[in-house]
Design a protein around this ligand. Structure first.
Ligand SMILES: Cc1ncc(C[n+]2csc(CCOP(=O)(O)OP(=O)(O)O)c2C)c(N)n1
Ligand SMILES: [Mg+2]
Length: 338
């Protein structure tokens, strides 16, 4: 095991090809740069939506979605940009949605917190804490009834674990052996409320063992660990083995919403933030790839340039796209458009 800052990567891993390692890096890099650009543009107040950034948490969407097919489903919460992009979402459609344009993936009706794109198998994010969990469970029931070998993955935070619907969903999923993976991104806070002030035990991965669900805990900042853990759970579900619960431990670098880091609010310290930023999922992995001679500095630079060009195009597209017309206000409320 080589130690790169505070994350351990094993040299020359046998179960993961260099091609996959580079892809994981690229997915994380893309999410990171998209988030930074949104953060930079947000103060202009042209995006009339709250934004919940996933900076610092990029390894989880990258490592999980690497195992998913287009026909598999992903559900998430308001902190869902990374999940959408990792699932193969359309960057232009994401940015246009943030700008409230008709070309947005949710047709301007959702904003940052309600991203949906059926063409990417991304069935949606919700502003309601734990709101997507029963829907993802129902989608998995649909796969089972249709005899499809697909899986439904739902991402949620440690705060969602405090909602009763997670228990209800896991109980039902175990009863029916549904192909659903419950993925908790434990960043230790729900808005400004620390996990230790809300939960008697720090044991999210074991919390539902009474229902019989396999529970995993892994380092959510180590993309290889995320990839391995998700692989086992997803393969098991795809092969009829039923659901799993995964707790990935991570940290959000920014405030609950928007770009500030919330240190001034007093619920977390600069030291804690620094400690976690030192465990950067991207930088540590980059050092590992460089040390293993899997990528050169020049290749990284080329990747960054290509991603930044794509991002610029997406913002230009979004800003040039039409705003919705007032006469269409009631459109999409009902299935027949009336
Ligand atoms: C049912 C419900 N209760 C409360 C809220 C207010 N709220 C919005 S985000 C949030 C915290 C959720 O934290 P967590 O699940 O850990 O996700 P994170 O933001 O850390 O990714 C709360 C309480 C809500 N949106 N929905
Ligand atoms: Mg949280």
């Amino acid at each position: 095991m080589e130690k790169y800052n505070s994350i351990q990567f094993e040299s020359n891993p046998r179960d993961i090809t260099s091609h996959v390692l580079i892809d994981l890096y690229k997915t994380m890099l893309r999410i990171r740069r998209v988030q930074l650009k949104i953060e930079a543009e947000y103060p202009k107040d042209e995006m009339k939506t709250p934004v919940h950034l996933c900076l610092g948490q990029e390894a989880i969407p990258a490592g999980v979605c690497a195992h998913l097919e287009k026909e598999d489903y992903v559900f998430s919460n308001y902190r869902g940009h990374g999940h959408y992009l990792a699932k193969g979402g359309n960057l232009k459609a994401l940015i246009a949605e943030l700008y409230g344009r008709t070309t947005g993936c949710s047709g301007s009706r959702g904003g940052s917190m309600h991203i949906i794109d059926t063409s990417a198998g991304f069935l949606g994010t919700s502003s309601i804490v734990a709101g997507s969990i029963p829907i993802a469970t129902g989608a998995a029931l649909g796969f089972l009834l249709e005899g499809r070998a697909n899986v439904s993955c739902v991402f949620f935070g440690d705060g969602a674990v405090d909602e009763g619907v997670l228990y209800e969903s896991i109980n039902f999923a175990m009863l029916k052996k549904l192909p659903v993976i419950y993925i908790c991104e434990n960043n230790f806070y729900a808005v400004c409320s620390a996990q230790k002030n809300r939960q008697a035990l720090d044991n999210i991965h074991q919390r539902f063992a009474g229902c019989g669900i396999p529970g995993y805990r892994a380092d959510g900042n180590n993309v290889v660990e995320v990839w391995r853990t998700a692989k086992e759970a997803i393969e098991n579900a795809r092969n009829g083995g039923g659901p799993s619960l995964i707790e990935f431990r991570t940290y959000r670098w920014r405030g609950h919403s928007g770009g500030d880091n919330d240190v001034s609010l007093g619920y977390r310290t600069q030291e804690e933030l620094d400690e976690w930023m030192n465990k950067c999922p991207l930088k540590n992995f980059e050092q590992f790839l460089r040390a293993e001679n899997l990528i050169t500095e020049e290749e990284i630079r080329d990747m960054e340039i290509a991603i930044d060009r794509e991002i610029e195009e997406a913002f230009t597209f979004a800003q040039a796209s039409p705003l919705p017309d007032e006469k269409d206000l009631l459109k999409h409320l009902y299935k027949d458009g009336k």
